[in-house]
Design a binder for this molecule. Structure first.
Ligand code: SAM
Length: 293
């Protein structure tokens, strides 16, 4: 396990992922009934952008720090509020709002901030040091349960949850060439066990054939309502670098595709990305109408 998210915290893909995560949790919060969030690959929770490892790559510079220099975007008010929660003393203002911004919250803390007392968060992290760090941060959130265990195994152990409503976030490091295949197999099985759940699966856009195979496997699973949203910020002329990221959303809220078609171009504009492509399309539509892929 060489991957450490601290080297990438607050980068362009984190902003995209967490902005969408927040919209999904806002949807769940719209009803009083309790919900459960399972974060299978949680990371360490809070990232200090002044940590030498974060500064080594400085990926936050083109991500969250550039995002915060853009005019405020009203659809993302909850994202700004979440950032504020973990940066006491820092103010979101219309201009120069990136100044003195220091702590970037990862997916488990974004979710923890948004959960209500009746909701529950289960977060899994396999790296022993990051799991310990996350456990310390979870003390502030009584409804947050941290497990130092394999996230795929957790899908089998915790789904379906007793709450009946909720979200599964699957955000692996893609260190192994086998990751896409395992991801497809485990996600399809998990969706079958919990058809009412919303699933959000993150993947890197580097070389296309792995993504095609992943989508083909997911389509072949027969799971309905699979929406693909890709945010491409570099021309796809090289496959040895991150050109963007994709999210496979299974069972997303009604008209979420329309929301993303507005949000993703706005994020490109805010982060002034070099290339600006957005693809939002259903790989499997609502009525199990399998699209030619
Ligand atoms: N989801 C986090 C966020 O948005 O803030 C970032 C997660 S990072 C991309 C992937 C994390 O998965 C790393 O912290 C890594 O240590 C952890 N990891 C790797 N393999 C794992 C596994 N099989 N089960 C659980 N966690 C794993």
């Amino acid at each position: 396990m060489n991957y450490r998210h601290i080297f990438h915290a607050g980068n362009i893909c984190d902003v995209v992922k967490h902005a969408i995560l927040i919209l999904l949790i806002e949807h769940l919060r719209a009803k009083p009934a309790p919900f459960c969030v399972l974060d299978t690959h949680a990371g360490m929770g809070l990232y200090d952008l002044q940590d030498p490892r974060a500064q080594k790559t400085d990926e936050a510079q083109s991500g969250i720090l550039r995002f915060l220099q853009a005019p405020l975007y009203s659809e993302l008010t909850t994202y700004y509020e979440t950032l504020q929660r973990f940066n006491p003393g820092w103010q979101v203002v219309q201009e120069k709002t990136a100044d003195h911004f220091r702590f970037y919250p990862g997916s488990p803390l974004v979710a923890a901030h948004l959960l209500r007392s009746q909701d529950r968060l289960i977060a899994c992290e396999l790296h022993p040091e990051d799991a310990q760090t996350l456990k310390r941060q979870a003390r502030a959130f009584p409804f947050m349960h941290i497990h130092h265990r394999d996230g795929y195994e957790a899908l089998r152990a915790f789904l379906p949850p007793s709450e009946k409503r909720g979200l599964v976030v699957i955000d692996p490091p893609y260190e192994s060439p086998e990751e896409f295949a395992r991801l497809a197999q485990e996600s399809a099985a998990a969706c079958a066990r919990w058809p009412q759940g919303i699933f959000m699966i993150w993947y890197p856009v580097k070389e296309r054939p792995s993504i095609w195979r992943f989508h083909e496997m997911m389509v072949a699973s027969g799971i309905p309502r699979q929406l693909c949203a890709e945010f491409i910020y570099e021309e796809e002329t090289r496959h040895d670098r991150l050109n963007g990221c994709g999210l496979l959303l299974i069972n997303p809220p009604w008209q979420f595709d329309e929301k993303l078609r507005l949000l993703l171009p706005a994020l490109h504009e805010m982060m002034q990305t070099p290339a600006r492509q957005v693809h939002v399309h259903w790989i499997v539509e609502e009525k199990k109408d399998i699209r030619a892929y």
